[in-house]
Design a protein around this ligand. Structure first.
Ligand code: SF4
Length: 516
């Protein structure tokens, strides 16, 4: 009997290793022959540790399982997939999973992440094999036609970036994968790297063939030790099997790949600061131009894409641009892995085509708050994303609809707060976060964030005559940071601050919303 227990960091954090040990020991004592597979996470994080058992009908899910539950589960017939209080029936039929559109995450949680055979058996390498027979321009055109945009947050069309690098003059070109996933409430990159590392490797190899790069780097944040270890092992196995190295997939072209561990700074997720860090320097933002596509890593043309962008490329090459383009709405094509976190009953990853609403994600998928209290605020797009106005929670989630209202989709992270949250304190937190993480290169961000903390403190502690002046000062400070900062760190910190002030004025001691 084959049993799956995730090796994903989120599952490990709630005792998956102990569950795996208990299963192995208890089955040995009972003389039950089992094959234990350590898979990635299905992304149903509230059910971790999620144990699955293979049956003739399909995989049956049990969760959340602790080591102490194991004897009782075996008594109840776990190995036969029989009912138990922790049983959720067939995994694929759990509504949270069944109603998703998993393209990028199709294999995550399904396969053994480090098994080349499992990867190939579930459609792996088909995109790279197709790309290896294509002219470089054809690969770029496929990505252009798919409508894929950068999933790291900026949403820049991936194909245009690739086309620029392909056309750039340079003796050496690079593919740099941004895996410095530092946004609060986000974990899609990590889930993919730990659950399906060959998919990212395949996407990077396709990018290399498309632009003529021979060297790639995956810049992974230091807080992801499991992802780093998994990627290193996956790169070694893919190289040994000929998917990387001197003759990628029999194409006659070379591509070598290395992992670089991040230095623990949020701003290293900004693409040019990441390049500095990969080069071994302090992670400080570079002025643009020159664009990294022209002069990037070590001064050479460089494709910089986020993990999810690159991991989406294989399915596009395998199934065609039209297939991927068929999902989504407007100029937001394909799917996005949304990540639901914070005060939420059913936190996890939901891959859906663009166009569903925030309310559907938080209520239908997330099941409302974990505390059972009303949802008060939802921050979308990480610590620099705005708190979306409650009146806009039914808007379709796509880049343009969100941008039109001053919101961002970003990396698809949602952080939910119940009605006990104080939005002035959360606005202060945004300024404090910026003050701590600022690289210090420009004044509006470096100094403005510290002044921002001070002025919010004055607003919340002084309701006297100076109150209105302090609110006006905060607005003015936000204008300066937004208009005068060199990168998104200082430029977008005003988003959560302003939206908190606008949509929740009472938390700042204001009777009604300030004039726009
Ligand atoms: Fe550095 Fe902040 Fe300026 Fe960005 S906005 S370059 S993080 S000081």
């Amino acid at each position: 009997v084959r049993i799956y227990v995730p090796r994903d960091a989120a599952a490990l954090a709630v005792g998956a290793d102990a569950v795996a040990r208990a299963l192995t020991e208890e089955c040995a004592v009972r003389g039950l022959p089992v094959e234990l597979v350590r898979n990635g996470s299905r992304g149903l994080l509230w059910l971790e540790a999620l144990v699955e058992v293979e049956t003739a009908q399909g995989r049956v899910a049990y969760g959340p399982v602790s080591a102490a539950d194991v004897p009782g589960l075996l008594d109840a017939g776990l190995l036969q997939g029989l009912p138990h209080a922790l049983c959720h029936g067939l995994t694929e039929q759990i509504p949270y999973l069944a109603s998703q559109e998993r393209l990028t995450f199709a294999r995550v949680g399904v396969i053994d992440p480090l098994s080349l055979a499992d990867y190939a058996a579930h459609g792996g390498w088909q995109g790279l094999q197709a790309a290896a027979t294509m002219a470089a321009e054809t690969i770029v055109q496929q990505v252009l036609d798919s409508g894929l945009r950068g999933r790291g947050g900026a949403a820049f069309p991936a194909g245009i970036k690739w086309k620029t690098v392909a056309a750039a003059a340079g003796s050496q070109k690079y593919i740099a994968c941004n895996a410095d996933e530092g946004d609060s409430g986000t974990f899609a990159d990590r889930l993919l790297m730990e659950g399906d590392p060959f998919c990212l490797i395949e996407g990077m190899a396709i990018a290399a063939l498309a632009v003529g790069a021979t060297q790639g780097y995956i810049y992974v944040r230091s807080e992801y030790p499991h992802a780093i270890a998994t990627l290193k092992e996956a790169i070694a196995r893919a190289s040994a099997a000929g998917w990387l190295g001197g003759n990628v997939a029999g194409s006659g072209r070379a591509f070598y790949l290395q992992v670089r561990k991040g230095a623990g700074s949020y701003v290293c997720g900004e693409e040019t600061a990441m390049l500095e860090s990969i080069e071994g320097k302090r992670g400080i933002v570079r002025a643009k131009p020159p664009l990294p596509a022209i002069e990037g890593l070590f001064g050479q043309p460089t494709v910089i894409n986020n993990v999810i962008t690159l991991a989406t490329v294989p399915v596009i090459l395998a199934k065609g641009a039209a297939f991927y383009q068929g999902f989504g709405m407007g100029r937001s094509r394909g799917t996005l892995p949304f990540q639901i976190a914070g005060n939420i009953a059913r936190g996890g990853l939901v891959e859906k085509a663009f166009g569903l609403s925030l309310r559907a994600l938080v209520e239908d998928f997330g099941g409302g708050t974990a505390t059972g209290r009303p949802v008060k605020a939802i921050q979308v797009g990480g610590p620099l994303g705005s708190y979306v106005a409650p009146a806009d929670w039914d808007d379709p989630l796509d880049y343009e609809t969100y941008a039109a209202k001053g919101n961002v989709v970003g990396h698809g992270g949602l952080v939910v707060h119940d009605d006990a949250a104080n939005m002035a304190r959360l606005a202060r937190y945004a300024m404090e976060f910026c003050a701590i993480e600022s690289c210090g290169k420009c004044t509006p961000c470096r100094i403005g964030s510290t002044r921002g903390v001070e002025v919010i403190d004055r607003i919340t502690t002084n309701q006297g005559a100076a109150h209105a002046a302090n609110v006006a000062l905060l607005e003015s400070l936000c204008d300066t940071m937004e208009g005068g900062s060199m990168c998104a760190m200082g430029g977008m910190t005003p988003y959560p601050v302003r939206s908190a002030l606008t949509h929740y004025p009472q938390d700042f001691g204001i009777e009604s919303a300030p004039a726009a």
